[in-house]
Design a protein around this ligand. Sequence first.
Ligand SMILES: Cc1cc2nc3c(=O)[nH]c(=O)nc-3n(C[C@H](O)[C@H](O)[C@H](O)COP(=O)(O)OP(=O)(O)OC[C@H]3O[C@@H](n4cnc5c(N)ncnc54)[C@H](O)[C@@H]3O)c2cc1C
Ligand SMILES: *[C@@H]1O[C@H](CO)[C@@H](O)[C@H](O)[C@H]1NC(C)=O
Length: 328
Amino acid sequence: MENVVVLIVGAGPAGLATAACLTQFSIPYVIVEREDCSASLWRKRAYDRLKLHLAKEFCELPHMSYPEDAPTYIPKSLFVKYLDDYMELFNIQPKYLNRVESSKYDNDKKCWSIVAREMVEGITTNFIAKFLVVASGENSAENIPMIPGLHSFPGEAIHSSRYKSGKSFSGKSVLVIGSGNSGMEIAYDLVTHGANTSIVIRSPIHVMTKELIRLGMTLSHHLPLNLVDNLLVMVTKFIFGDLSRYGIRMPKMGPMILKSKIGRSAVIDVGTVGLIKRGIIQVQGSITKIMGNIVKFQCGDEISFDAVVFATGYKSTTNMWLKVICYL
Ligand SMILES: Cc1cc2nc3c(=O)[nH]c(=O)nc-3n(C[C@H](O)[C@H](O)[C@H](O)COP(=O)(O)OP(=O)(O)OC[C@H]3O[C@@H](n4cnc5c(N)ncnc54)[C@H](O)[C@@H]3O)c2cc1C
Ligand SMILES: *[C@@H]1O[C@H](CO)[C@@H](O)[C@H](O)[C@H]1NC(C)=O
């Protein structure tokens, strides 16, 4: 049993920022992390060529700036270095390899009771905390859709979180499933490494440049969102032209409103759209089933692939250990 004032679950950017802010007020805390390092998403589960999608002014943690000469879009390695420096500055020492397994609020004692399991020896600690901070992220577990026949696929089938680079896919036919930021960038990366690449684009998406998103985020502080959206959509149409004939449809809602209402981000083009227009990346619609190497699509096409990358996003697993309806 361990008594703490604040228990923070997760040592990602959000958990580290919370720890630093508490330190500023001399409020004691304990931070527990299931992995053996902080920011595990960035260190272990992100592809090599990843840069922050948003300009640095929108991705800074409280009380510490990026170095003066940092590029506008911070590469993964620099972001990890920044987080390491941040932890050193605020002397943040997470309890690694401790996974929170359950938590409940005691209404009489007005405190949380949280059980964490140490992953090596299996020993559990029961934390009694006045406050619980849930910083376990939205990217906790891989989301892989159920596709009939997937088990019969003989080639490599991996989730985007395990994709590092296209090096090992050179000369292979690869299908990327999912067209968010990860899927679109992985498709580009595969082509640069000499893979014959196709991508499944099912839902409508906004394709933008990172500079346009930066402009949109800056303008949205001064103008109504629908006005900003109209401007962004006009400029993207001018830059990319009509993409619907390449299988990329635009949502009815504008990009900023979509982000604020549903949380869905626009896709930042890293060069993928150009490759699609030139026919170097093939766009496919929905998959109906898989039979061995053959993937069957709703349009009737049947195409053989050597490997599949699921860029189908993540699930939060917080609901597995935080059983609350609402404590407000
Ligand atoms: C490929 C990719 C690119 C992205 N690019 C950007 C970007 O450019 N800009 C941006 O703002 N956002 C971006 N994001 C969004 C991303 O979610 C954030 O960047 C950021 O990592 C979220 O921080 P977080 O601390 O909330 O969660 P995370 O970074 O996911 O950290 C949560 C931590 O909690 C730990 N944890 C989970 N469950 C438990 C448990 N039960 N017990 C103990 N520990 C637990 C996890 O191991 C993890 O280390 C990107 C995401 C991805 C996947
Ligand atoms: C590349 O993949 C497409 C299917 O998406 C296929 O029609 C074509 O033959 C492949 N090309 C090579 C060189 O393998």
